[in-house]
Design a protein around this ligand. Structure first.
Ligand code: NAP
Ligand code: F7E
Length: 329
């Protein structure tokens, strides 16, 4: 009997890679999608004949209950969220509705319909914020620095609470930044790979960025979604850090990306205060020892391999355009 998985956030970066992976494992994959006036299916277009899409919204408990009743999943991967950190200062209440109470709605819907459904919650290294220890582990205290980080702390603890209160198989993956050619254009890795391609192809003559000194632990999304699945295949539920164990400044990411296209980054990159944040997360570096030893998880793509993959993908995408649409700021 093949298993059935629901993925909320299937139209996002991680949802698209996870859907591919679960299909390869023989799963029936059901994607939860919210209604919008224009469909956002570009990341899963190649999967549309193999996955089912069902309407539901993190803001609407009844829609989630109905989805679980209709689909009867074995696993529920809760990837849906407002995931762009700067936008969380613009819409702090809505961010909490999606990323905090949205998680409660998913957990409560599972509890009401079938508490045996295994649930994965997409927690984040942004919860560590102003870090209390280096590197960050599962037991490192949280100190979030944005409404997004705060909202994810709630999602993390409510997942743990439903596990402890009701014995549910609910796990949190504390994932550090993971990227890919499918990353949204507003995140720094993709903004840089897209910017390099535009400059190389003559569509742009500069790239405006914010804080070049911030350090992140960046991995490849295609590697990280395997850890989500592994967590739900264990004998008991638990929380895991998923990271590379390396940290790099934004400046190094920029250097590698421009160098890969034979460009001198210092001639093109401008620092624009519009992209600085009210409170920054200066340094993230995760310790993935627990995921490695207990899940047998490892990453295949290293930092340079990730950045060059993204630059190559944007060059290939844009070279067929006469004049590409402007990227988002
Ligand atoms: P993403 O590309 O921004 O995708 C977010 C997804 O959530 C989209 O499919 C979006 O649907 C959906 N969504 C947003 N609000 C919704 C709502 N009210 N109801 C239903 N669906 C909704 O994010 P990602 O990079 O794949 O990240 C996946 C998850 O991991 C997120 O929870 C994120 O916060 C978390 N996370 C990400 C990282 C990372 O580095 N990527 C690290 C740690 C944690 P639309 O297409 O309709 O907008
Ligand atoms: O910023 C700096 C910026 O927006 C990374 C989300 O997936 O990972 C992501 O959150 C760093 C920050 O990702 C620009 O100040 C410099 O220090 O790519 P980002 P993020 O904020 O780390 C975590 C784990 C998540 O959970 C989130 O959902 O890069 N930076 N200049 C810039 N960042 C952006 N976006 N744009 C710039 O121009």
């Amino acid at each position: 009997m093949s298993k059935t998985a629901v993925i909320s956030g299937v139209t996002g970066q991680d949802g698209s890679y996870l859907a591919e992976f679960l299909l390869d494992q023989g799963y029936r994959v059901v994607g939860m999608v919210r209604r919008s006036s224009a469909p956002n299916l570009w990341r899963i277009e190649h999967l549309l004949d193999r996955i089912e899409l069902r309407p539901a919204d993190l803001l609407d408990q009844l829609s989630i209950v109905r989805l679980i009743e209709d689909v009867q999943p074995d696993e529920f991967y809760n990837l849906a969220a407002m995931s762009f950190v700067p936008a969380s200062w613009d819409t702090p209440l809505l961010t909490g509705e999606f990323n905090s109470q949205g998680v409660t709605r998913v957990l409560e819907s599972i509890r009401q319909v079938n508490p045996k459904v295994r649930m994965y919650q997409a927690s984040s290294s942004e919860m560590y914020g102003k870090v209390r220890a280096v590197p960050q582990r599962e037991d490192t205290p949280f100190h979030p620095r944005s409404p997004y980080g705060v909202s994810k702390v709630f999602g993390h603890y409510i997942t743990m609470n439903y596990r402890e209160s009701y014995g549910m198989f609910a796990c949190s993956g504390i994932l550090f930044n993971h990227e890919s050619p499918r990353r949204g254009l507003e995140f720094v890795t993709r903004k840089v790979s897209d910017g390099v391609a535009r400059i190389k192809l003559g569509f742009a003559d500069s790239l405006a960025l914010g804080n070049l000194d911030a350090r992140r632990d960046w991995g490849f999304a295609g590697d990280y979604i395997k850890a989500m699945w592994l967590m739900l295949q264990q004998d008991s539920p638990d929380d895991f850090v998923v990271a590379t164990g390396e940290t790099h400044p934004v400046r190094e990411l920029v250097q590698i990306a421009f160098q890969h296209a034979d460009l001198d980054w210092e001639k093109f990159v401008k620092v624009d205060p519009r992209f600085l944040r009210p409170a920054e997360v200066d340094l993230l570096i995760g310790d993935p020892t627990k995921a490695r030893t207990e899940l047998g998880w490892h990453r295949d793509v290293d930092f340079k391999g990730l950045i060059t993959m993204m630059v190559d993908a944007d060059l290939a995408r844009l070279e067929h355009h006469a004049v590409p649409a402007q990227p988002l700021a």
